[in-house]
Structures are given as structure tokens and as C-alpha cells.
Design a protein around this ligand. Sequence first.
Ligand code: HEM
Length: 456
Amino acid sequence: MQPIDFPNIQSLVLYAYKDLHHATYLMLHIEHPDLFKQWLCDNIENITTSNVQAESTALNIAFTAPGLDKLNLSQHAYQRFSREFKEGIATEKRSQLLGDEDSNSPENWNWGGPTTPDIDVLLLCYADSESALETLVAHITSELEAYTTQLQQLNTQALSDRKEHFGFKDGLSQPKITGVHTDATENDTLAPGEFLLGRESGYGTTTPFPHDNNNFKHFGKDGSYLVFRQLEQDVKGFWHYLDQQNVEEDNKVYLATKMVGRWPNGAPISLFPTKEPDHLNPSIANDFNYSDDPQGNHCPMASHIRRTNPRATDLGLSNKKDNIASVNHHRIMRRGRPYGKPLHKNLSPTAMMKADDTEPRGLHFLCFNADLARQFEFIQQTWVNNEKFNGLYNDLDPLLGTRPKEHGPSGDDFTLPQNPIRRKLKNIPQFVTTKGGAYFFMPSMSALKQLTNNNQ
Ligand code: HEM
């Protein structure tokens, strides 16, 4: 396998900037392509690459299909981008498969939908302090204001203990990449071409990459597709629903834990089936699969983590290696961050059950993959948004499902197949609503240079 070309890859594809707690995303419409190209050319050295450790700030850049078109990418190379990317996330067909219907419909989105202006560019700004982030964002916006229109400035909010708004530790399970992560285990290590175009994929073939033989040689190589979805969370609704269940206080948190598949501190319910341990040793945070829990007695089939990564055991293929390979064709590299003030500052479930404010808050969900259809869209369509997932009947993802669905099964059950009696939560309301979305491409450094040099 070819070595990873670290200086050519934008750092966010490979690393999450865990020490840069502050982030802002800028979405821009390009008004003057040539001037924008000049800005990019002047600032190319400020883009953070994966061969350096980002110290106090980091900056990355990605484009939508209309954005690349505006910068005169050749038609030959443009046409070789995937259909999903060129069509964009908000087509009727895609909305159906992603569950972006009814209240999630692109018609209602704040950005990225048919009624909002076209996004061309996404700038992702990170810093280790609020003031450093403000300085970075102010500098970029003042430089760009003459030749772009800023459509959105989406801020983020780091929550205590790296949790998301429902109160559960996030960012614990990520795939590893051969040649990048040295602490990888065999089952969790994916070929670079699962995330980087033009590299060897899990099928042993080269992931297709857009290019031509003239100005855009190898253009797509070492770039990655970036999914961005603004997912608003009804945190009050989530904890009030659990509070209404006729069980003791501790068991309300236990039910929420069953929905996620991990305790609030991130401990997997598969390893700690009855009680949250005081402390989660990071080395065992992913040291489990579901082979000794075929009925979902510990971690329910319907739970969020079991359906977004069935970990080799749930696909029913006879050979374990085939199962692992199959699941690993559908992995994503998550880079999301929460936004909005927490419902309670320490995200205490008991306090959130009593809290009463509905200020907007949620997750800016971002993930990288090399094949939008096979990775992100497959997870969303076949696992998250499928009430018949893995032998279930009327259970959508308990966190993400659109409920009740207007057509077909209502999808508002959550089945806990515990011995001796199976229990079902019924009439689960919708807790997450899509408020915006777009597909971007994050080019390699050499591709960015090709864009700035091209004056067709
Ligand atoms: C507001 C929306 C969401 C919330 C609150 C949420 C929350 C969580 C939490 C708490 C975890 C466990 C921590 C970890 O394993 O890293 C997790 C894991 C995960 N989530 Fe989400 N998530 C959301 C949206 C999504 C979406 C839209 C997808 C993909 C379509 C997704 C895919 C995953 C995956 C792949 C994992 C790791 C599963 C594993 O490897 O065990 N999540 N999420």
C-alpha cells in the first residue's frame, strides 16, 4: 500500500483537533471567482495540513459542486465527481432516503435547501481559546467580504466532558486508517481509500478520483467528501419523555443508556450491562462487539451505536471475517461538534428532566467518507432510518428517527429484548430535526493549488 502523503492532506480528514475546543464554520457564496482564487493563493499556507500538529488555531476549506464549478474546474474532472456530490444532499430522492421529510424537509432548512442561496465554500475555523477563534474569524471575514457573501456563520459550543447535548460522551468510536493510526487493531483498521480518494479501498481497488490530463492532474486524489448536517436536538423533549416512564429515577437514565448503547460517561453497555462505572478506562471504550449478545439483551439492536456500527456481528454472514469486512464498508469518520447552550451546565439527567427551556441547540454533524452512497447514505438509509433493521419491526433509531412517520410504520417503538420479558417503549416523539445540510469536497493541497493556478 502506498504511504500516506501527510503534507498533501488537509488535517481535519485525519485528525479531530481535540485540543482546539472552539470552532466556527463559515459558509460563503463566491461573488468574484478570480479574486477569491487570489485570496486562496495568498492564504494557502494558512490551511492546516496533516503533517503538522495544529497548535493554537487551524483552518480547513471545502467546496460544494457549484463552488468547484465556479472556480473553473475542467468539465472533464467535474463530471467525474460522484453523482451524489454533484446533485447535492437536498434532492427529492435523497431526502426520502435520508429521512429529510416532513419536519426535516429541506424546504424548512436554514441553509442548504431549495429556498436558501447556493453555498460555494465552507471554511472550518478552530482555536484553543474563544479570543483566538474570534481573531481568526474576524480576519478571514474582513479579507473575504469584498468578493464573497457570507451566508452563515455557524458557531459551536464545547460541552463539559466532551459530551453531546443529551448528556452522553461523544467521539469515542472512530475507524482507524492503515498508515495513519499506529494504535489500530485489525478489525477496526480501514484502508486509506475508505476516506481518501485515489487510494486503495477496502475492496482492494483504487477509489475513483476526478482528474483530467491537463491542469487538473490527480485533482481528486487525497481529497475527501464531507457531509455537513445541522441536527437540532430537543433535549427537553428527550429527558421529559424518559421522565414520564413509569420506572425509578436511576432506571430513566438506564433507558436512555439503552437508547444510545453507552452510559453518559461513554462506558459501553455491552461491557457494563447493569451500572455505569465510576471511570471509563479509554483503552476499553471500544473493546467490545455484539457476538455474545445476539438478542440485544445488553445492547438493544435498535440502539444508536449498534445500528450505526453493528461491529461485525449483526450481518448474519457465516464467517466472522466476512462480517467485519462487510460492516467496514460502511464506516464514517465523524467530526461533529455541538452548538447552543446546554440545557443544564453539567448535563445532569435529573436536572434536564426538570429543566424548561427550548433555546436552539444540537449537533453540527460532520463526517468524511470516500463514497457518499456506500458510507454515510447507507448508514442513514439502511440502518438509522429503517424500522425493520436487524429483525425489528417498528423501531427507528431512538435518537434520530423521524416520528411518527406519515406513511408506513410509525417507527416510534423502542424494543428492549430483556429476559425474562421484553419491554417496549411506545410513542417516542421525534428528538432530532434536520435544519440544514450540504455535501462538500475537501480537496488535497495540490488540488487547491491547481484551482488557484487555473485561469481558463
Ligand atoms: C444529534 C444527533 C446525534 C447524536 C446526539 C449522536 C450521539 C452519539 C453518541 C452519544 C455516540 C456514542 C459515542 C461514540 O461512540 O463515539 C454516537 C456514536 C456514533 N454515531 Fe451518533 N449521534 C448523532 C447523529 C449521528 C448521525 C446522523 C450518524 C450517521 C448517520 C451517527 C453515527 C454514529 C456512529 C457511526 C457512531 C459510532 C458507533 C460505533 O462505532 O460504535 N450519529 N453518536
